[in-house]
Design a protein around this ligand. Structure first.
Ligand code: HEC
Ligand code: HEC
Length: 364
């Protein structure tokens, strides 16, 4: 880290100024004569000059000490390893490949315009946008971002019991989070979303997960999350935007949402990632109410888990998941549908407490 500040040095230029003034004065006979006649004001001036010079030197020393302390403080700060992505304004929009990337960005941020119930290209989703859950076009730290996608897919995923490509992962969100239909991998839309993911994450080395990617989950509570307590949190901190029935608020053009729905027929279905309490609690803890930054969460851990329990106990579309999680051992502790490899009831898998379930897993 290079610290730059105004170049300022007392001794060199101030000393030179005093020196040259003295030389000029001493070579000037009338001046010397005058100085002898008026010795008192001359003495006074000389004393003032010495005092001012002394003050300047002290100020200079103080400034140097402050710089030294700042440099030491900076060196002691933890290195920021959080991935922040690249701003969409950097997309090279005038090349053909850049235009495909820019279209991918538009599909992520404004999905409803192209693929929603009134979509211009196809009508295959519920009116939400990818960006509703992958904030800032999938670049926000701890905002469920796309920083690790290009580097870690294709990968084995237990939900699908097989190796999953980026295309298939995108279709998972289309069919679950957007409660819709998949895109053909050869379609221009799928190719554009892929190009955007590649552009965004292409500089992350293969296999690497940078800091701040995905969702940061708050610690488990030692009790079950409580939907009744969550309703109070919802009414106080979420209802103003997401609505009294979780229906959200339509946008002015009425093709999508200004505030997306949290439950009801136009929300994500029960096969979506957010339907698991840990994902929901982690997403809202570090991102909601809208504008919250992970440095300054607004909700306590308890509020995050409770509001997750409240929202995810409201009605929403159902997805047949009988083909998921062929290996039941691999089901996450907060997966709310059986069968399970343990004897805990489905309600405990949905609301917790999760620590006892976790303990049986680590004992295996
Ligand atoms: C309702 C919220 C929601 C919406 C809308 C949504 N997603 Fe997701 N998405 C999630 C969650 C939650 C996860 C993480 C799930 C998990 O880890 O179990 C995820 C994961 C992903 C991943 C994998 C990320 C990783 O790091 O492994 C990709 C890729 C993805 N989504 C793409 C999309 C695309 C493209 C769209 C729009 C077509 C979209 N998502 C819309 C909630 C959403
Ligand atoms: C100031 C308005 C506002 C408040 C208050 C607010 N949200 Fe949001 N919320 C948003 C907006 C806007 C988005 C979509 C973000 C985007 O598209 O960039 C969003 C997205 C979401 C999403 C993901 C998308 C979806 O609809 O499933 C969840 C979950 C969510 N909010 C939950 C909450 C919870 C829980 C609270 C209260 C703790 C809350 N929000 C408070 C405005 C708000």
């Amino acid at each position: 880290m290079v610290i730059r500040h105004k170049k300022w040095s007392f001794p060199s230029h101030c000393a030179a100024f005093y020196f040259y003034t003295a030389i000029i004065l001493l070579h000037h006979q009338p001046t010397i004569k005058k100085m002898k006649e008026h010795w008192f004001p001359v003495m006074l001036l000389a004393i003032i000059a010495v005092v001012v010079a002394g003050k300047s030197i002290r100020a200079y020393k103080r400034r140097r000490e402050a710089d030294r302390q700042f440099a030491a403080w900076l060196a002691a700060q933890p290195v920021d390893t959080v991935w922040r992505g690249t701003n969409a304004s950097q997309i090279p929009a005038y090349s053909d490949s850049g235009q495909l990337i820019a279209y991918g960005h538009a599909l992520i941020t404004n999905t409803a315009r192209y693929l929603g119930p009134r979509g211009a290209v196809a009508r295959i989703t519920n009116g939400m946008n990818c960006q509703n859950c992958h904030l800032d076009g999938g670049t926000r730290p701890f905002g469920n971002n796309f920083g690790r996608v290009y580097a870690t897919y294709p990968q084995f995923r237990a939900r699908n019991n097989g190796v999953q490509s980026i295309y298939a992962r995108i279709n998972d969100c289309l069919q679950r989070s957007l409660n819709g239909q998949p895109l053909d991998s050869s379609s221009r839309e799928m190719q554009a979303i892929y190009a955007y993911m590649q552009w965004l994450g292409g500089d992350v080395p293969k296999g690497v997960k940078r800091g701040g990617t995905g969702i940061k989950k708050p610690p488990y509570l030692d009790r079950a999350a409580d939907p009744a307590a969550g309703r109070i949190v919802y009414n106080a901190q979420c209802r103003s935007c997401h609505g009294s029935k979780g229906q959200g608020q339509r946008n002015a053009e009425d093709y999508g949402y200004t505030y997306p729905p949290l439950w009801g027929p136009h929300s994500y279905n029960d096969g979506a990632g957010l339907y698991r309490l840990g994902n929901f609690a982690g997403f809202v803890k570090y991102n909601m109410p809208f504008g919250t930054d992970y440095h300054h969460p607004q909700l306590t851990d308890e509020e995050a888990w409770d509001v997750a329990a409240f929202v995810n106990s409201q009605p929403r579309p159902h997805k047949d998941q009988s083909m998921d999680w062929k290996n039941v051992q691999k089901k996450p502790v907060d997966f709310p549908f059986g069968p399970y490899a343990d004897t805990f009831p489905a309600s405990q898998h949905k609301y917790g407490p999760f620590i006892p379930i976790l303990k049986t897993k680590t004992n295996e």
